[in-house]
Write a protein that binds this ligand. Structure first.
Ligand code: G3I
Length: 304
């Protein structure tokens, strides 16, 4: 925690607030892990991002087994949101209400009974229920496909219009920003941020990491990785509607990518917690406005 505290002022619970951890059986909730992490984060004076209330395709099996009508889907989701959001109404400042709901063609995913049975109306209701349970929370959409102006961005943009028309609160959209060195810096990020600014919507970099390539030149790879971290931070600092940056893991030792044995090394500290080039580059990017901004560097912290 002391390392986290020295580098970060906000934390996202990587998995502890997901359905599979909190609500793995129909009639009970297990808040043990979330409560403990929340207490640590608040004890350290950190902002907490809540992740996530609805992520199609990741529901526990009981949801798929028992929810067969839209009426049931609404009842189950409403109850989950009210229970979880109310519990943390004073501690969670930002919620990812809906995560990764569209496919790459901008179609609502149907791999969840919630979206399959009720369509987009349920997403709108999810925001409505979250706002009622925690009126002060900032409510976000969140997705991993938002680094260029594409079909998913257009779909989210249209959904935001619908939320506005329905007078349902929506404050921001999280750009997860899981990147790869081989793809280079996401040059379209400023355009994406500007598009949402036009709609008076905040953006936040919510899950930044940068996978190394399979190049033999590790030093060069780390330099390219660092440049991408700097570029993303700079884009955020320069966008008036970008509210913060969260890195998805702060050491290669505990990255979700290391855990799943995909290519490793995506974070700002190596497996021995030693800062990498990316660490300094991220700081540099955050200071591209002479360090006068209020942007927060943040970290997913389930491994703290
Ligand atoms: O904790 C259990 C452990 O008890 C068990 O032995 C082990 C066996 O598989 O699983 C462990 O749980 C795993 C958990 O990570 C903690 O390591 C889950 O299986 C695994 O599915 C889970 O993966 C998480 C993944 O989301 C799915 O929820 C990753 O940690 C997490 O980094 C990743 O984060 C997502 C964001 O929520 C949304 N955006 C994409 C991002 C990366 O996929």
């Amino acid at each position: 925690m002391s390392l986290l505290k020295s580098d970060f002022n906000s934390v996202t619970l990587e998995n502890a607030l997901k359905w599979g951890v909190l609500h793995s059986t129909p009639d009970s909730y297990d808040f043990t892990e979330a409560d403990s992490m929340m207490a640590d984060a608040k004890g350290a004076g950190m902002r907490v991002r809540g992740h996530t209330l609805l992520w199609p395709g990741t529901e526990p099996s009981w949801v798929n087994d028992t929810v067969t009508t839209c009426t049931e889907a609404r009842s189950v989701l409403k109850s989950h949101i009210e229970t979880v959001v109310t519990r943390y109404a004073q501690t969670i400042e930002q919620w990812d209400v809906a995560n990764e709901i569209y496919d790459k063609d901008g179609r609502l995913k149907t791999n969840s009974p919630f979206t399959r049975l009720c369509g987009e109306n349920l997403i709108i209701d999810a925001f409505r229920w979250a706002a009622a349970a925690a009126p002060k929370a900032r409510l976000y959409l969140n997705d991993d496909r938002l680094t260029s102006v594409n079909a998913a961005v257009q779909a989210y943009s249209a959904l935001i219009d619908k939320l506005h028309s329905a007078r349902v609160p929506i404050h921001g959209i999280g750009l997860q920003t899981h990147l790869k060195v081989e793809d280079g810096a996401p040059d379209s990020l400023p355009s994406v941020m500007a598009l949402f600014r036009e709609k008076s919507i905040d953006v936040e970099i919510t899950e930044l990491d940068v996978r190394l390539s399979e190049s033999d030149d590790e030093r060069e790879d780390l330099k390219r990785q660092a440049a991408i971290y700097e570029s993303v931070a700079k884009s955020c600092v320069e966008a008036s509607n970008c509210t913060g940056i969260t890195v998805w893991g702060f050491t290669d030792k505990y990255s979700w990518l290391s855990a799943s044995s995909v290519e490793g090394g995506p974070t700002i500290r190596d497996a021995n917690f030693v800062p990498k080039l990316a660490y300094d580059a991220l700081r540099e990017g955050l200071c591209s406005n002479s360090c006068t901004t209020s942007q927060s560097t943040t970290s997913s912290g389930s491994h703290a």
